[in-house]
Write a protein that binds this ligand. Structure first.
Ligand code: CP
Ligand code: NVA
Length: 301
């Protein structure tokens, strides 16, 4: 039987996603109470990182340790993957020795190819197209602060990037309306938009978009791999900064989220990040709890 993978949020059904979020909240409570829970004794997670990371690496590694298992950090600098060993061959070899594989890379097709040749679950820990693990944490955070997100107005401000695409998938699975406010030329991928058309609106008017928002979310203007475009993007994203004036247009109790790392003073001001309505630190911490729920779902079921 082929294993379950988590390459996009839509690898889960709506019910599975909701159950996983409740489980994440439960696991968080258990950890805080000091309950020892080690369902992954002798289990190993391989972590392939072809891009930098703080939160993703720390959360997966700490999560496996807390579960009594082990995580293996693999960088292209010192594996044969970085010297051109085919993804298919690497997948066969690595998946023959571990219980799950987590991958952060550029091309989404790489994680698909890896998964197609893997005998254990593969987790997408960010590609150029999606960042589903972050959405588990963001949706857990909203649930903890405001309850169900169903029927809410969520506004994505900025680039129609990997995070934005995963928000589009979340809107479909959890039943909220997503408004994407981006500069012309930075709209989300057309195909992913077509898949989620019923719950997503795209606009270039950020002020209108933010009106009555329950949640405002943004991300860096230039993602990893787009460093050369930084200056051009700074010009193109003029007017798309999330600042206090923009947040004032949202509902009075609107939350602010950012997957981090943030470029303070570019896509978001320090005042907004450090404001009581900002839940960015909970989002970051919840990477740990949400991914532990995911690991348990994929490895122990
Ligand atoms: N949000 C996130 O994925 O952070 P890292 O790049 O630090 O892993
Ligand atoms: N969109 C960002 C997210 C970083 C966690 C990037 O891909 O670099």
């Amino acid at each position: 039987m082929s294993p379950r993978h988590f390459l996009t949020l839509k690898d889960l059904s709506s019910d599975e996603l909701k159950q996983l979020l409740s489980r994440a909240i439960e696991l968080k409570k258990m950890l805080r109470e000091g309950t020892l829970y080690e369902p992954m004794k002798n289990k190993v997670l391989a972590m392939i990182f072809e891009k930098s990371s703080t939160r993703t690496r720390v959360s997966f590694e700490a999560g496996m340790a807390q579960f009594g298992g082990h995580a293996l950090f693999l960088s292209p600098r010192d594996t044969q993957l970085g010297r051109g060993e085919p993804v298919e061959d690497s997948a066969r070899v690595i998946s023959s020795m571990v219980d799950a594989v987590m991958i952060r890379t550029f091309d989404h097709a790489m994680v698909e190819t890896f998964a197609a040749n893997s005998r254990v679950p593969v987790i997408n820990a960010l590609t150029d197209d999606y960042h589903p693990c972050q959405l588990l944490a963001d949706m857990q955070t909203y649930l903890e602060h405001r309850g169900s997100i169903e029927g809410k107005r969520v506004v994505w401000v900025g680039d129609g990037n990997n995070m934005c695409h995963s928000y589009m998938n979340a809107a479909d699975l959890l039943g909220f309306h997503l408004v994407v406010a981006c500069p012309r030329g930075y709209e989300p991928n057309e195909q992913i938009l077509a898949e989620n058309q019923h719950c997503v609106t795209v606009t270039n008017n950020v002020q209108e978009a933010v009106q009555d928002a329950d949640l405002v979310v943004t991300d860096v203007f230039a993602s990893m791999g787009q460093e050369d475009e930084q200056e051009q993007r700074m010009r193109d994203f003029d007017g798309f900064q999330v600042n206090q004036e923009l947040m004032a247009l949202a509902k009075a109790d609107a939350l602010f989220m950012h997957c981090l790392p943030a470029h303070r003073g570019e896509e978001v001001t320090t005042e907004v990040i450090d404001h009581p309505d900002s839940v960015v630190w909970d989002e970051a911490e919840n990477r740990l709890h949400a991914q532990k729920a995911l690991l348990e779902f994929l490895i122990c079921n």
